[in-house]
Design a protein around this ligand. Sequence first.
Ligand code: PMP
Length: 443
Amino acid sequence: MDHLIELDRKHFLHPTSSIQQQQAQGSKLLVESGEGIFLKDRDGKAYIDAMSSLWNVHIGHGREELAGVAEAQMKKLAFSSAFSTFTHEPGILLAEKIASIAPGDLNAVFFTSGGSESNDTAIKLVRHYWKIQGQPNRRKIVGLKRAYHGVAAASTSATGIPEFWEMAGHMMNDFTHAETSYQSTTKEAVASLREKFEAEGPETIAAFIAEPIQGAGGVLIPPDDYFPAIRQLCDEYGVLFIADEVITGFGRTGKMFGLEHSNVVPDVMTFAKGVTSGYIPLGGVVISDSIHEVLQVHSKGTLFHGFTYSGHPTAAAVGLKNIELIEKEGMVENSSEMGDKLLEGFKKIKGDLDIVGDVRAKGLLGAVELVKNPETNESFSKDQAVAPKVIEELHQRGVICRAVTYESSNIICFAPPLIITEQQINALLDKLHDSILSIQKQL
Ligand code: PMP
């Protein structure tokens, strides 16, 4: 093992990683630089970053404009508080910008440093909202199975992937999960949620939380009529709807925000990742005018919730510039157009090969499922680890993507930078075809 990898092994605890594997084999990829859709390792080998790293590098790697803005802001005012009555221009301008692009009457922004903090904030805010209106029993949060909302206390609990809460005993009280629309109809999924609301008692439910497309759960795209029906159900029971747009925000799905595909406006929306394209940590929560009004009227005294870096000036300046580039360079439209090409290519691969099941994409958020029998949708056995083997083949061919394998799924996820070109999509698809074919032959 070389020096850096040895130091990594001794001292660097990696997020969402196997500590045993790191000890035994060392970290596999030491990334040194990035440009456009590519990452480069220490030996100069280039990889297509087909996941935009962690679904977040929307504008691609190496944009000097963002570095320039960060440098200028750091020289002028790197940091200053936004607590209490302090404020600053970058924070004000970014809040105004987000309000202007967010759907409907989502107009007031609370900043955080990432998605987990945003979802924890949203959950605390909706409980506070009910409490100050004399309904302190409305505390429960209903989420979806296979949802991912982060790893802070409340966001872990809202997550519907048990592995994330099992490590530390149990999740917090007052969280429960309904069936997703994955492999079922809107009618069935809505019926499951209605049942959940009824079983828990609607007068005890603060909010329902969902991602417009479940990302880490395996890019699960609901039917078009799902969110309108969910919005209606929440209204029927007086339950607030929190949309987690951490992955789907800022053009990822071919619209500025994922819920725009169904014209649904949530009461609360959380964001992170694409707001700065990952160049600097930033996230936030946007609330509707009516929630804002309730807070103005009933929230007496101090709102005891705030992170040191809520509205970090340098992060805000980078976010503003990043959104400007997304808009100016037509990246949302590119995401939509290239997403269509990606899906077409997935369908062609499905037609050519024997182990491809469902393929799907909305904008540049897509997935390819690998199954033993595409006609019957029969899964591979767990020990076959087909998706991880395909990921390894892709890696060797210079593509980085992610496998989702829990339960019996073998899903390969794709979320390339929004600047990807048709030629680059085709190169990615060729490598995907060859990688799946290579594993298919070995089965
Ligand atoms: N929500 C969603 C939908 C996510 O995908 C993620 C991260 N992948 C989070 C929340 C948590 O964000 P963070 O890792 O920035 O805390």
